[in-house]
Design a protein around this ligand. Structure first.
Ligand SMILES: [Zn+2]
Length: 275
């Protein structure tokens, strides 16, 4: 298990957040191999990847604003990255960037066919046709987009399996496209259901403070929380306290229930959180 601090989305970065993450994971009983990788210290790697895409003319400079894209998109889809890009700037070549020096522009990769993939948990996944559209790989602010940075990092770190929430399924075909363009070996992906609130919506502030730090401050025992989560994955018959190493022999991706796990106030009370 590797730990990576993704800290290049600068407006959203809070001071001390990385230390908090390390503390919380350690409290929970997790550890990781080697030193954590910190994205903000690796910008030259991402720049090299962008150059490789430019050399192949796979990317072009896009000077559209967010509202330009929203207006021009004929069929807006409220995906996590907004409407599919309609291709307004796709006639441009890499060399055209020199003429745009006076205004901000991003780099987009040309997306023709998005690949299918075999998910470790869900089996064959076909890309959502609505997810087509050329995606940003380099932001106009001068930093790599999430999709490019994670592909470069996962390959560089030797990641072989990625287990993540199924809200990221639309990202996977795009990332596979980038692996191919950069001639890198992709990991295998497993997308599992999310933890949701009692209303079925993804767990968020509206459901109360469920940050690890808040549970910890309230005196919740880490083994109780790990036990609750292990039970939610179908690895133990009841939500009883357990330490992460005990779960190594019980871990089975396919045992995880198909429906999202509803974290209710009753369950939180059962581990000593809330009244
Ligand atoms: Zn554009």
């Amino acid at each position: 298990m590797l730990l990576r601090i993704e800290d290049i989305d600068s407006p959203r970065i809070k001071a001390g957040a990385a230390d908090q993450i390390r503390d919380d994971l350690t409290w929970l009983g997790l550890d990781w191999d080697g030193e954590p990788i910190v994205q903000s210290q690796r910008l030259s790697l991402y720049e090299t990847a962008l150059r490789r895409l430019q050399e192949q003319e796979l990317v072009y400079p896009c000077s559209c604003t967010r509202s330009d894209v929203a207006q021009a998109a004929s069929a807006p889809h409220a995906g996590q990255e907004g409407p599919a890009y309609p291709g307004t700037c796709s006639h441009r070549t890499v060399a055209d960037a020199a003429n745009l020096a006076d205004r901000p522009f991003a780099w987009r990769i040309r997306v023709r066919d998005l690949p299918d993939f075999t998910d470790l948990y869900r089996g064959l996944v076909k890309p959502d046709p609505a997810a087509r559209g050329d995606i940003v790989v380099w932001k106009s602010a001068g930093s790599p987009a999430y999709q490019l940075a994670v592909v470069v990092d996962d390959a560089d770190m030797g990641v072989t399996e990625v287990i993540r929430g199924d809200d990221l399924i639309p990202s996977t075909p795009r990332q596979l496209l980038l692996y191919k363009a950069l001639e890198l070996t992709p990991p295998r992906f497993g997308h599992v259901p999310l933890v949701v609130g009692p209303d079925g919506r993804r767990l968020a502030k509206r459901h109360g403070d469920t940050r690890l730090a808040a549970l910890r401050e309230a005196g919740v025992r880490p083994e109780a929380l790990v036990g609750l989560l292990a039970w939610s994955c179908g690895w133990i018959p009841r939500p009883t306290p357990v330490n992460p190493p005990e779960l190594l022999r019980l871990y089975r991706l396919e045992a995880i229930p198909r429906n999202p796990f509803k974290l209710t106030p009753e369950l939180l009370r059962s581990i000593g959180y809330g009244s």
